[in-house]
Design a protein around this ligand. Structure first.
Ligand code: NDP
Length: 256
């Protein structure tokens, strides 16, 4: 009985930015729980490779390459889903980019690029999906990927910090407006996770030592360590959980 709470059979999940890293791990995890997953990134070849990898594991996966920061491209992708009869029940707004520079030097162009990709895209993709969930009357699940910077600021990542703080509030705003339609919107706040995004930091001995020293778990996290939380928030197990953020950080914020 309780195991079936986490069953995603018959569900379709769009995971943005899932050609690698955290998104790919979440796509695999949701698919292993029974969902059909739609893999996304800006690059068709990378999407095709991720889909082939998941299908090779016997999982149900298909691809949709588009830029989440391009509203017209998002609308076109959902129109294509409609034409295929593909109803998206679960959205994981995971696509994200980092930009490291002192706030005094950040150009308006870089500010906008980071805010558009990390925050505005989650609003656009989430709303585009929610309109269909509401029209179908099926409800659905929206998971917005935040960060430790949803809670705490760090130097040299200001636009990212502002975007991820916004992600936490976007989930609350979605919950406030869409709960009555059976939609739950929550955030996951990953800690320092070993992915391409952090390659330069992992290879920086001082930063690597700081990550380990500042975290009670004394190590970086892995993408697969976010999967259980995503399955929980995508499944019926969390049907009365709405507008929350769950930090998966090894305890980093607990000792901040
Ligand atoms: P990666 O850089 O490893 O992967 C990012 C993914 O997003 C890629 O698939 C990339 O593909 C895709 N992507 C980037 N921009 C766009 C876009 N405009 N449209 C569609 N897809 C896009 O990052 P992570 O896996 O590390 O990060 C995933 C999420 O987790 C991000 O939101 C990040 O902010 C967040 N996060 C990560 C942490 C970490 O320590 N790694 C910590 C906290 C949060 P492509 O470039 O080919 O389009």
């Amino acid at each position: 009985m309780s195991r079936s709470l986490f069953d995603l059979s018959g569900r379709t999940a769009l995971i943005t930015g899932s050609s690698r890293g955290i998104g790919l791990a979440l796509a695999q995890g949701l698919a292993e729980s029974g969902a059909t997953v739609v893999v996304n990134s800006r690059q068709q070849a990378a999407v095709d490779a991720a889909v082939a990898q998941l299908q090779g594991m016997g999982l149900k996966a298909q691809g949709a390459a588009f830029d989440v920061a391009d509203q017209a491209a998002v609308e076109a992708a959902f129109a294509a889903f409609d034409a295929q009869g593909l109803a998206i029940d679960i959205v994981v707004n995971n696509a994200g980019i980092q930009h490291r520079e002192p706030l005094l030097d950040v150009s308006l162009e870089d500010w906008s690029r980071v805010i558009n990709t990390n925050l505005t895209a989650a609003f656009v993709v989430g709303r585009t999906a929610a309109r269909r969930m509401i029209e179908r009357g099926t409800g659905g699940k929206i998971i917005n990927i935040g960060s430790l910077t949803s809670e705490a600021a760090r130097a040299t990542v200001a636009p990212y910090t502002v975007a991820k703080g916004g992600i936490k509030m976007l989930s609350k705003a979605m919950a406030a407006e869409w709960a009555m339609h059976g939609i739950q919107a929550n955030s996951i706040g990953p800690g320092y996770i070993l992915t391409d995004m952090n390659e330069a930091l992992v290879n920086n001995a001082a930063f690597d030592a700081w990550v380990k020293a500042s975290n009670p778990t004394q190590r970086w996290g892995r993408p697969d360590e976010l999967v259980g939380t995503a399955i929980y928030l995508a499944s019926g197990a969390s049907n009365y959980v709405n507008g929350q953020i769950i930090y998966v950080d090894g305890g980093w914020l607990a000792v901040l």
